[in-house]
Design a protein around this ligand. Structure first.
Ligand code: GLN
Length: 471
């Protein structure tokens, strides 16, 4: 049962072949046995999932209509609120913090009868690319447990690859869904900015954050998007659309589509990654797409822009963790100033502190013109560059990451870690939908990822390209 897709599991349940309770129990047992080696979950929601499964079985027996994700186990990144459950965001600061309300995405998943099975490990406040910045535990890559699963949604990616859930949610601010999907050999989709509600997602960088799904088939991703991509009364950046049938759209193929490749920008890709990427492009061509060469040289600046904008926004968003309103309050503090200082000192890890310092620096009155404002200008130009490409192409293809997964502990220099985000952050800066698809293994059995990006709100086209490439 564990290697079935979400669609197959739903079918097994709704047809009466398997009870929801059996599904839930099977996955709980598998998690108990497997997660000792992987470390994908911070909290397994055993009671909650068994209760939900029992009520689903009753619902089915009574002949009531069943939701689109009925009986499907889903893992949730630990920065997405589930009412009454812990949301630690991988941080000591929120060690005992319980979510006081449901995020919109969780509300939607529950309405559609999904089984929320657990909360997954992540880099602290989603800052990182390897999940090594979690304050709690390492997560290991199921393809090779000496390697990182990627990050920051490494727990969700590992859970799906280790068959501990067919679907998982992550958040993507600069690649945190796509890069771990590529590292763990599954599919990760970052929807267009504004397509999925961020209500109840703990904010990292509000102009870049998006929630999205991980899965092992594009059809499962499309199904989950039909549930997630709905309007939200509580998030003014989440736009209303008429409901889209992503599952129907995906079958239309890519014959006649134009796919742009920024070859010049990719010239420094190491040879093995380049060979893999070229064979993916050949496959797209053989499926009927027309490949064109485009200039996206402004992407060279993407890492610099991102680490100014994201840290600036993070420093403001994280100001709310002051030792008074949420989570940890230092026991050693004697004055108000000490409450602020010591709670942050004790609650935040190194990377989070580094980002707050950087963000405060680029926003300071002496520096905001040369860093923050300039970065915003280049960001606007980058969006315009993307827009111009999408006038002549339907999709852009790029690798997801410069290399496959690296060894745990191998990247110590923060700057080197940041440079690994070079291919993913463009989509966040411009708000574009982008997906990572597994595109083959290297000699060591580690996965490469192919990334397809679309114009703003052309999520359906991205899924169509993805389905043609991967099925
Ligand atoms: N690796 C990037 C960072 O550390 C992206 C993280 C994310 O998408 N949440 O900021």
């Amino acid at each position: 049962m564990i290697n079935k897709s979400a669609i197959e599991l739903r079918e097994l349940f709704t047809s009466g072949s398997v009870k929801a309770l059996e599904i839930a129990q099977t996955f709980l047992d598998h998690i108990e046995q497997k997660d000792k080696d992987i470390g994908a979950f911070l909290h397994v929601l055993k009671e909650r999932v068994l209760d939900k499964a029992k009520s689903l079985d009753l619902k089915r027996e009574r002949g009531e209509p069943l939701g689109k994700l009925a009986g499907v186990p889903i893992a949730i990144k630990d920065n997405i609120h589930i009412h009454g459950e812990r949301s630690t965001c991988g941080s000591r600061f929120l060690e005992n913090y319980k979510a006081p309300f449901n995020s919109r995405v969780v509300e939607l998943l529950e309405e559609e009868d999904a089984l929320l099975i657990g909360k997954t490990n992540m880099d602290e406040f989603a800052m990182g690319s390897s999940t090594e910045n979690s304050a709690y535990q390492l997560t290991r890559n199921p393809l090779d447990i000496t390697c990182v699963p990627g990050g920051s949604s490494g727990g969700s990616a590992a859970a799906v690859s280790a068959f501990m859930a067919p679907l998982a949610l992550g958040s993507d601010t600069g690649g945190s869904i796509r890069q771990p999907a590529a590292f763990c050999g599954n599919i990760g989709f970052k929807p267009s900015y504004g397509r999925v509600s961020r209500y109840g997602l703990v904010a990292f960088a509000s102009s870049l954050d998006q929630i999205g799904p991980f899965g092992r088939t594009v059809a499962d991703i499309a199904l989950s998007m039909e549930v997630l991509a709905r309007p939200c009364p509580y998030d003014s950046t989440c736009l209303s659309f008429k409901e889209e049938s992503f599952t129907r759209e995906q079958h239309h193929g890519i014959k006649g589509m134009t796919i742009a490749v920024p070859w010049h920008f990719l010239k420094d890709l190491e040879p093995a990654s380049m060979a893999n990427f070229q064979s993916s492009i050949q496959k797209l061509e053989s499926l009927g797409a027309r490949i064109i060469d485009v200039d996206l040289s402004l992407l060279q600046s993407a890492v610099s822009i991102y680490y100014i904008v994201a840290t600036a926004e993070a420093s403001t968003n994280l100001a709310r963790f002051d030792g008074i309103r949420y989570g940890l309050r230092s026991k050693n503090a004697k004055t108000l100033d000490e409450i602020y200082d010591l709670s942050k000192e004790e609650g935040f890890g190194r990377e989070v502190k580094r980002r707050i310092l950087l963000g405060t620096y680029v926003l300071s009155s002496t520096h905001k013109e040369i860093f923050y404002k300039k970065a915003q200008k280049v960001r606007a130009r980058l969006s315009a560059e993307f827009k111009a490409i999408f006038e002549k192409a339907d999709l852009i293809a790029m690798p997801t990451a410069p290399t496959p997964a690296f060894k745990i502990g191998a990247v110590q220099d923060p700057l080197q870690m940041y440079l690994g985000d070079i291919y993913t952050i463009g989509a966040n800066l411009a708000g574009l939908p982008a997906i990572s698809l597994p595109s083959g293994l290297n000699k060591e059995g580690l996965s490469y990822g192919l990334q397809l990006m679309g114009a703003h709100f052309n999520d359906h086209l991205v899924l169509r390209g993805a389905f043609a490439f991967h099925g």
